[in-house]
Design a protein around this ligand. Sequence first.
Ligand SMILES: [Zn+2]
Length: 302
Amino acid sequence: MRYGKLEGDYKCLQAVELVDQNPIGRSSRSNPATYLKAFDDIRDLFAAQPLAKKRLFAPGYFSFNVQGGRCETCQGEGTIKVEMQFMADLFLECDQCHGKRFKEEVLEIKYRDKNIADVLEMTIDEALEFFSADMGDSCVKRLCAKLQVLQDVGLGYLHLGQSSSSLSGGEAQRVKLAYFLCRGNAEEKGHTLFIFDEPTTGLHFHDIRKLQIAFDALIARGHTVLVIEHQLDVVKLADWIIDVGPEGGAAGGNIVFEGVPEELIKVKESYTGRFLKEKLALPSAGLPKGKTSAKAKAKKKQ
Ligand SMILES: [Zn+2]
């Protein structure tokens, strides 16, 4: 990247993270639970059950990534790939484990009447309800904290064992966000600048709202969020806007305005300002309280 100079109080930042919509893992073995290390907690929990201890099954035995407890016929995939000439590959359910991915001796280990395959089939919402009945267990408590974050960013409908390769770009982006939210606040992990490049691309309005909630959660943990965006519902929520233009392409690239949204709408040469003015004039239903009152004040000034 070319720039003349970099100035400001940037040394207060400990890290910079780009959160994009690229897949979180190409392997069919990666899923939201493995990405957030929630699967580690689930494996620890199953290994701690009396029958698992008796059979000397370590947590690794409950992994479908390594040899041990997984079904070796499908190597823990649950499906067998059949290569077809001139056609897309075909995936058939493994007839050894019937898609359960584990050996029978592992499936016999149960936690509150569910085995590891049952748990992987649960949605995040279902898993949260199932496990939260046992918050006295430290392992379950750790697991629930991660599941809660996934639910908070609007991914409660995903299955724990759902392959990452099946996630949309918007879903992958929110799983990454959930990962950072799980890591803790700025005091513990260092002040991070999160950069999002057009994060609302391809998102439904309802999902944009969830993304905004996740932004607020990062900010509440003491981090900074920088968003490159055209979507005015996101733009209007910014504390500070840098409007680049005035036109697109070669006629753009200059800073037209820098400041709060309420000031930007007064700038006649800003296209963003013009359209933002209409947005701000609308009732801001469903916005966080602090923001709503700020907008109300701005409206009175006009
Ligand atoms: Zn199998």
